[in-house]
Design a protein around this ligand. Structure first.
Ligand code: BGP
Length: 470
């Protein structure tokens, strides 16, 4: 595809911002926050966390939000995605709401709004409260109800400050991490249980949307929206060989359409249901659940795009005695000569962002969307420090190349409202902790000092000019 090399101007009121989550950035704070699955993971496997860093302090946003919001302004943010910690609001996951936690979030959100930055609030970012995890986490239907109660509390307490809500970040994450790849708590390998988790999160999202709509009826003057944030990887077959193409269809079904279709269309893809039935993997559910999913679809979609998925037909038959995994239907394929980020291993394929947006335009009613995460993690970034500032030209190039394709997608009619980088200030990253840095602002973990990187200055100019010369 030939891209324009000129000044690329973005639509008026484009959302320039970044994203992070409570568990990754707030630190424990002093509101009596309850423990989460990450504390449980830490207890079980402390050695797995890079350099032995857990979530006790992270980027300490809890204590530093006033100054950090000024840094957001300096780096061109007009919007910012954060998450509200369920375990802070409800230390036991259910029961009485913690008044101090409400006070904290209201003060922080007020500060952001006063600075002219729209807060986008996400309600679940991999951070299940411990007491909920102990009873099975998303496997347990009672946890769905506790989550919906938490969401309703957020709409009530913060609905005058937040106008963009999201039920989940990457609901595929807990399935992959917790039930397929031994990465998130409960660290089991059991796809059938993972399917139940996937189904229950979709149901939880729909029920949260239902609660949101009830809340909107009480406050019809507030033009708020609710959506979901999905990690979507456009899926490409190795070749045009029908077997490779078929492999890509299955990978796409399991990893993209499984969440995208019910979230936007309210129904599951038939071929996915057939495949789950065939392998006796159907989740337990009721007709009412399906009805709630059908009637409560999202109003806005966040697209997290990091890398494409490339697959080929399986080179050898699976052992039918082995436990089922989606990879029975395909094999991953590493494209020779691919461009990739060596620090994270992810392929860098900018055109993927275009292909993803076109898919949403053509197959999902061109629903209002935005890029809710895109970013480049780099380890030992202090190597690039000159005169006290990280000279991250590679990140600027990464952003520009992706934005050029995004611009083309918008020119071609995609309903894209913004771009949020992962992330603002370097933040904690699941078991990788602070290994890979993603921020526009660097963090000295020992002193908590923040310094704007070269990319932060670029981002400020990008937002000010609402575009850039490509
Ligand atoms: C996304 C998550 C983020 C963030 C990001 C970077 O999938 O939503 O929470 O962590 O990936 O990936 P990582 O931190 O694993 O390098």
């Amino acid at each position: 595809m030939k891209l324009k090399t000129e000044f690329l101007s973005f639509p008026e009121d484009f959302w320039w911002g970044s994203a992070w989550s409570a568990e990754q950035a707030e630190g424990r704070g002093n509101t009596g926050k309850g423990r989460t699955q990450w504390d449980m993971s830490w207890d079980a496997h402390p050695n797995r966390f890079y350099h032995g860093v857990n979530t006790d302090v992270t980027t300490d946003f809890f204590n530093r939000y006033v100054d950090d919001i000024q840094l957001m302004k300096q780096t061109g943010h007009n919007s910012f995605r954060l998450s509200i910690s369920w375990a802070r609001l409800f230390p036991q996951g259910a029961g009485e709401v913690c008044a101090e936690a409400v006070t904290f979030y209201r003060a922080m959100l007020n500060e952001m709004v006063a600075a002219g930055i729209k807060p986008f609030a996400n309600l679940y970012h991999f951070d299940m409260p411990e007491e909920m995890m102990k009873i099975g986490g998303w496997e347990n239907r009672a946890v769905v109800d506790a989550y919906v109660n938490f969401c309703a509390t957020c709409f009530r307490e913060f609905g005058d400050l937040v106008f963009h809500w999201f039920t989940f970040n990457e609901p595929l994450g807990p399935v992959l991490g917790g039930y397929m790849e031994d990465f998130h708590y409960p660290n089991v390998i059991d796809f059938k249980r993972g399917v139940q988790v996937g189904f229950n999160t979709i149901l939880a999202s729909a029920l949260a949307i239902k609660a949101f709509k009830e809340h909107q009826n009480i406050h019809p003057d507030r033009s708020s929206k609710i959506g979901i944030i999905l990690n979507l990887s456009p899926t490409y077959p190795r070749s045009e060989n029908p077997l490779d193409v078929e492999a890509a269809v299955y990978a796409d079904l399991f990893y993209n359409r499984s969440f995208l279709d019910p979230s936007v269309k309210g129904t599951f893809p038939e071929k996915l249901v057939e495949t789950l039935r065939l392998h006796d993997l159907m989740p337990s559910h009721t007709e009412k659940d399906l009805c709630d999913i059908r009637e409560n679809t999202v109003q806005i979609l966040g697209l997290n795009y990091y890398e494409p998925r490339r697959v080929k037909a399986r080179s050898h038959a699976v052992n039918p005695q082995s436990p089922f995994m989606p990879e029975w239907y395909f094999e991953s394929y590493v494209m020779p000569g691919r461009k990739f980020n060596p620090h994270r291993g992810w392929e860098i394929y900018e055109q993927g962002i275009y292909d993803l947006c076109i898919d949403i335009r053509d197959n999902y009613g061109n629903i209002e969307s935005f890029i809710s995460e895109s970013g480049m993690g780099v380890s030992n970034e202090e190597r690039f420090m000159r005169d006290g500032q990280v000279q991250d030209d590679y990140r600027i190039g990464f952003i520009q190349n992706h934005l050029a394709y995004l611009h083309q997608a918008i020119t071609d009619g995609c309903n894209i409202k913004g771009y949020h980088l992962w992330t603002f200030i370097d933040c904690w990253s699941w078991i990788n902790a602070y290994k890979n840095r993603y921020g526009l602002v660097s963090l000295d973990l020992a002193t908590q000092q923040r310094t704007i990187k070269k990319s932060g200055e670029f981002y400020q100019a990008l937002s000010r000019d609402n575009g850039f010369h490509f």
